[in-house]
Design a protein around this ligand. Structure first.
Ligand SMILES: Cc1cc2nc3c(=O)[nH]c(=O)nc-3n(C[C@H](O)[C@H](O)[C@H](O)COP(=O)(O)OP(=O)(O)OC[C@H]3O[C@@H](n4cnc5c(N)ncnc54)[C@H](O)[C@@H]3O)c2cc1C
Length: 596
């Protein structure tokens, strides 16, 4: 049975040592969350994860969800664990106090979200979808709708979903057919079928609030004809009481590869009463509020699964004995060495740690920028710069973190040898569960295309240039740092590869868009690799400073070793991506589709 312990020490390092959220730069945004408070919150939440939520991961996977008499039952123990989450006040941690939340920064919520997903990804999604729906309603809905629905959602007495996908359309939402017909009282009748709806129905909440994209009459075809509606499973009267059924039914639950503890439903809306959120025709834009948060949330899932898979692979490698180390036996008196002594196994563990800790730092950075936008002082320039950086890096967070998260789940499984393939150890579940994060919230290919076709050209390329200048400025400022010389040099070479690939795309992507489309996946990985190189160099610098007064601290020493490892073993991959990108689309276009 796999185990999990929240990596609190590293979260604290990211927030306080690397990002310095307690510095004057952030005014009072993080005033309520000093190091001791975050430490206490993280410890308490981590304990809930280790003791209550993580033990349900394997059983939830084995039992799955079931549909009987029109309602979905979650696996044994989920209801009690959800109650524990609610009773601890965790569901309202980052929500607006006006609706019963505690108003803590999103940075805190995202730190805990990693722990929740590591402990049990399928379970976490019931809450994750709710907080996403909360965000869209909070930003776009009328005060009346907010007052009626948000307090119950903040408390998770009612949970939320997002309904975009239909049988004939997933990526291309302009094809949506679900209809919304306006009633004389301003409400709408919603009719249509949505598929693959996560947490679409279950037995852990009294009501489910569906956010549904639908088409109203009189608006253009395509995405401009879509509007966003709030559709409760059970109708709610003016006093907030549940009344009668709203004709929302579950057609079936999908049989799927992983996240069996989460109900993925076909949802039928049969003249269900819905309420417009935001303006007509701006549905996709409003839904994107939910989707942008969801994309960050899905990126966190990539990190979370990689972290829990790593923790279990490390334990196994410290215990399993096979063969003797190439340089001679290390565990004297034993029949064989523990497999962690083999350099290949050790390197795989180090690569996973490199990925996890850089991902945690990147998630922290984006979360802090989001808090700057929400809670920072009124400075349009600072907020706009924060928004630009978030927009640029969101495809990296979603696409790169989940691609690598899945890769790492496979690597962790590999460390178990054949035992990784056997269900008992739980490693194959991490592989199955992490796979979905590459697919939903827009496939990772779509994230890569979004990066090159929208995010790079944004503001005539100024956003990405500002980003490259940050990295360049860091390199110049630290090039005389003797101890970190190899890290800075490797970062410089990787940054040059990124710049070279960008230059190629600007010239050849415009001449023939296929050159850009063919390069998208590699470019996302190139930019992710360089981003992590920059993060590792910054973390090494912080560790170097800390070691001046604390020379024997293994935590900081390991940061420098890992930064050097990343610089030597991963940053050189940047050049390979550049070469692939610059080979263009000709070799692809040489093949007629009939010959594939
Ligand atoms: C377990 C699970 C849970 C889900 N949860 C939800 C949910 O809660 N709510 C919801 O609304 N949806 C949900 N989805 C749906 C999910 O978001 C979609 O499956 C996903 O966005 C992809 O859409 P699709 O499956 O229709 O693939 P398609 O859009 O048919 O894409 C097929 C392939 O073509 C590629 N492709 C598509 N268009 C282009 C293009 N223009 N250029 C290049 N390549 C392209 C894609 O990358 C993909 O590889 C869920 C799906 C699953 C499996």
């Amino acid at each position: 049975m796999p185990t999990y312990n929240a990596p609190l020490a590293d979260s604290l390092f990211v927030l306080f040592d690397l990002l310095k959220i307690d510095s004057d730069k952030y005014g009072d945004i993080f005033a309520d969350v000093d190091r001791d408070t975050v430490s206490a919150i993280g410890e308490e939440f981590g304990k809930l994860m280790t003791d209550v939520v993580a033990p349900l991961n394997v059983s939830g996977d084995q039992q799955g969800c079931t549909l009987a008499n029109g309602t979905v039952s979650t696996p044994d123990g989920f209801i009690e664990a959800f109650e524990a989450l609610k009773a601890g006040g965790w569901t309202g941690l980052v929500a607006d106090p006006a609706y019963g939340g505690q108003g803590l920064p999103l940075t805190m919520g995202n730190m805990l979200s990693e722990y929740l997903n590591s402990a049990n990804m399928a379970f976490s999604m019931y809450y994750g979808l709710t907080i996403g729906a909360y965000a869209a309603i909070h930003t776009c809905a009328s005060d009346e709708l907010k007052a009626k629905f948000l307090p119950k959602m903040v408390a998770c007495e009612w949970t939320g979903t997002m309904n975009l996908t239909e049988p004939h359309c997933g990526t291309d939402l302009g094809l949506i057919r679900t209809k919304a017909v306006e009633n004389s009282d301003g409400s709408f009748d919603i009719t249509g079928t949505k598929i693959f709806i996560s947490a679409g129905d279950h037995d852990m909440a009294k009501n489910i609030i569906h956010l549904v994209l639908a088409r109203t009459e009189g608006l253009p075809e395509g995405v401009k004809g879509l509007s966003l509606f709030l559709v409760p499973k059970i109708n709610v009267d003016d006093e907030g009481n549940l009344t009668d059924s709203n004709h929302v039914s579950v057609g079936s639950i999908e049989e799927k590869m992983g996240i069996h503890g989460n109900s993925t439903c076909v949802m039928n809306f049969d003249g269900s009463k819905g309420f417009l959120i935001g303006e007509k025709g701006r549905g996709l834009k409003n839904m994107f509020i939910m989707m942008n948060e969801a994309r960050l949330g899905v990126g966190i899932q990539g990190l979370a699964l990689s972290e829990v898979a790593f923790q279990n692979a490390r334990e196994y490698a410290l215990d399993r004995r096979q063969g003797k180390a190439a340089t001679g036996q290390k565990d004297a008196g034993e029949t064989a060495d523990r497999i962690i002594h083999h350099a290949n196994i050790k390197a795989q563990l180090m690569s996973m740690r490199c990925f996890n800790e850089a991902s945690r730092a990147l998630v922290g950075e984006i979360s802090v920028l989001t808090d700057v936008i929400h809670y920072g002082k009124d400075d349009d320039k600072i907020k706009e710069t924060a928004k630009d950086r978030i927009n640029l890096l969101t495809p990296i967070v979603k696409g790169f973190l989940t691609d690598k998260g899945f890769d790492n789940a496979v690597v962790a499984q590999q460390i178990f040898g054949g035992h990784g393939y056997i269900a008992e150890h739980g490693m194959e579940q991490f592989v199955r569960d992490s796979r979905i994060a590459m697919l939903y919230e827009g496939t990772n290919d779509i994230q890569a295309l979004d990066l090159i076709s929208r995010k790079l050209p944004a503001k005539h390329g100024q956003t990405v240039m500002a980003y490259l200048q940050d990295i360049g400025g860091f390199i110049v400022a630290n090039q005389d740092n003797e101890q970190l010389k190899d890290i800075i040099e490797a970062l410089q070479k990787a940054a040059e590869a990124l710049q070279g690939a960008l230059g190629y795309l600007m010239e050849h992507g415009q001449k023939n868009p296929d050159n850009a489309v063919a390069a998208a996946h590699d470019f996302m990985h190139l930019m992710g690799t360089v981003t992590f190189g920059h993060i590792w160099a910054k973390m090494a610098l912080v560790a170097q400073e800390k070691l001046v007064d604390d020379a024997d601290n293994d935590f900081y020493k390991s940061k420098i070793i890992l930064a050097k490892y990343y610089a030597n073993k991963h940053l050189p991959e940047a050049k390979g991506f550049q070469v692939k990108i610059m080979s263009g689309a000709d070799v692809i276009n040489a093949m007629p589709i009939e010959m594939i």
